[in-house]
Design a protein around this ligand. Structure first.
Ligand code: ZN
Length: 264
């Protein structure tokens, strides 16, 4: 980990316009479970769901019990965020599901970067997946960025090829580092007060890991498994597959950088 994580930045008091419903799917990749967010439009009863989470009937019914839901938005196409979307739409009389990827839309158009939906701005932040977006909400009584899995409330996130792309991910983190004084409302883990600092913390962590992977490759490690053995000698076996995915992304990134340097 690139330096200590400031736990003091965790917040449990949210602005009145946002509600968190935690899905019952905890695990090594999902932390406490998927965070489903309900965002109320300013001065109205209209509401938007961000990430319905898994296909869990009681969770989806709990979401659908909230008034005024007019749309369902998806941060990215991983099943722990999107799996329940079609069923939730059904429970809500067919409200549209909108995601960056047409494959995850139900009765709605793909999200366009820069588009605003009831004051929820779509920001393209690829890297964790190629279809990852964040949502920015700026209000007088507190502003927030919904980061999906691009940044988590605790720990770091997986960037796994072929869909994940470390170069794109580093650029997305740089973009998010330009949002100071904003709440970060992630796809997993606690809400935090430090969006921009967290983006810089993630950037520092990635650069430190890249340096370690470059050193492992220089020492002869050629495969993700060999890199993981050198870089994470005491790894929890449950996290090994995630570490190998990350190592594959780092090897890809370093090889691409290398090839670019060699070009005239
Ligand atoms: Zn994900």
């Amino acid at each position: 980990m690139g330096g200590a994580e400031p736990e003091s930045a965790e917040v449990d008091r949210l602005p009145g316009w946002v509600t968190l419903l935690l899905a019952p799917n905890p695990g090594p990749m999902t932390l406490d479970g998927t965070n489903t967010w309900i965002v109320r439009a300013p001065g109205s009863d209209r509401a938007t769901v961000i990430d319905p989470g898994p296909l869990d009937e009681s969770h989806l019914r709990r979401i659908a019990g909230h008034d005024g839901i007019e749309r369902i938005l998806i941060t990215h196409g991983h099943h722990d965020h999107v799996e329940g979307a079609a069923r939730l739409s059904e429970l809500l009389d067919g409200v549209p599901v909108r995601a960056a990827s047409p494959a995850h839309c139900v009765g709605g158009e793909p999200l366009r970067p820069g588009e605003s939906l009831d004051g929820i701005l779509v920001l393209r932040t690829p890297g964790h997946t190629s279809d990852s977006v964040s949502f920015v909400v700026e209000r007088e009584d507190g502003s927030a960025v919904f980061t999906g899995d691009t940044m988590l409330g605790r720990g770091t996130t997986v960037v796994a090829p072929p869909d994940g792309d470390l170069g794109a991910y580093l650029r997305s983190l740089e973009l998010l580092s330009a949002y100071p004084q904003m709440l970060m409302l992630p796809g997993h883990g606690p809400a935090r007060s430090d969006t921009a600092e967290r983006a810089r913390f993630y950037l520092g962590h990635r650069r430190q890991r890249l340096a370690q992977v470059a050193a492992a490759m220089a020492a002869g490690a050629e495969t993700p498994a060999a890199v993981v053995d050198l870089v994470y000698p005491d790894l929890d076996p449950a996290l090994r597959f995630a570490a190998e995915w990350s190592a594959a992304a780092q090897i890809d990134y370093l090889q691409q950088e290398n090839n670019q340097e060699k070009k005239p």
